[in-house]
Design a protein around this ligand. Structure first.
Ligand code: NCD
Length: 291
């Protein structure tokens, strides 16, 4: 039995095969691949895209889905998360999908489950399915010619599980990250860094904007998000007409992370990422449930 806790759980060959399946699923048509299977989702943190994407992916494959409502679950009666997972697992679902604010929790829960566990985001640690759908979107755009492409990742990199997973995954496929952030949002890194997007825009093929993870900050670094946006919002003035891809994992803080104008620009792939997310998650569910 396999789990997907970090991007390192799949080899490059497995990811290539996964993407072949995602391409087959890319029209998001329904099929009976997982007929009779049952998927449980447990979201202890807010989610719009990831949770509905997993639910739609499961249902497109004809699996049934049980979304545990955390606010009415026994977590509020003092049950430990380990016991919650062990009890859900005892009901024999075919996969469990979890999002939780504690870094490393999904890994530690693998010993309590008897079905594949999929990490839908753990604190600032890891968000493997987001990184996989982003890589799929990049490969799709460049028709698989992604070696030596450069991606500027812009914003609160230090607190972003999306950035952390992208930084583990993309270099494995020959994509070079350049981290663009103020000192307060810059992690320790072996990759190239830049203070401003203007300094590297001419060298990159992709600009990946991030949301400022205020809910994870222990102190406030900027008086207002507008202050941050003055230096780090991705704008038309910066990206001009360069031949680049614009990406963001959502939720977007409009005109803080990236401008309205660029969200409407034909280079912007934000909604394509969302569509591809369903296809990639269909492929992941198939791989982990059917083997
Ligand atoms: C991200 C997350 O939850 O980590 N959203 C997502 O899953 N698409 C990014 C974010 O919250 O900023």
């Amino acid at each position: 039995m396999r789990h997907l806790i970090t991007v390192d759980d799949f080899t490059n060959d497995e990811i290539d095969d996964l993407f072949k399946d995602a391409t087959i699923f890319s029209s998001l048509q329904s099929c009976d691949m997982l007929q009779g299977k049952l998927v449980v989702t447990l979201f202890f943190e807010n989610s719009t895209r990831t949770r509905s994407s997993f639910e739609i992916a499961s249902k497109r494959l004809s699996a049934k889905v049980v979304n545990l409502d955390i606010s009415t679950s026994s977590s509020s009666k003092g049950e430990t998360i380990e016991d919650t997972i062990a009890n859900l697992s005892a009901m024999k679902p075919d996969a469990i999908i979890i999002r939780h604010r504690n870094c490393g929790l999904p890994q530690s829960l693998t010993k309590y489950v008897k079905s594949p566990l999929i990490n839908a985001g753990d604190g600032k640690n890891s968000h493997p399915t987001q990184a996989l759908l982003d890589l799929y979107t990049i490969k799709e755009h460049f028709q698989n010619n992604i070696k030596n492409k450069k991606i500027a990742i812009v914003g609160d990199i230090k607190n972003s599980r999306v950035a952390s997973s992208l930084l583990s995954l993309l270099p494995r496929f020959g994509i070079e990250p350049i981290l663009v952030a103020p000192a307060c949002f810059m992690p320790q890194t072996k990759f190239k860094t830049a203070k401003r997007l203007e300094d590297v825009i001419k060298d990159v093929d992709i600009v990946y904007s991030l949301r400022t993870q205020i809910e994870r900050h222990e102190q406030s670094f900027y008086k207002t998000l507008d202050e941050f946006a003055k230096e780090y919002c991705v704008t038309k003035d910066i990206v001009k007409d360069y031949d680049i891809l614009l990406m963001h994992p959502g939720p977007v803080n409009r005109n803080i992370d990236i401008t309205d104008e660029l969200l409407d620009d034909k280079r912007c792939k934000v909604l394509r990422q969302v569509t591809n997310g369903v296809a990639v998650r269909m492929a992941i569910l198939k791989k982990l449930i059917k083997g």
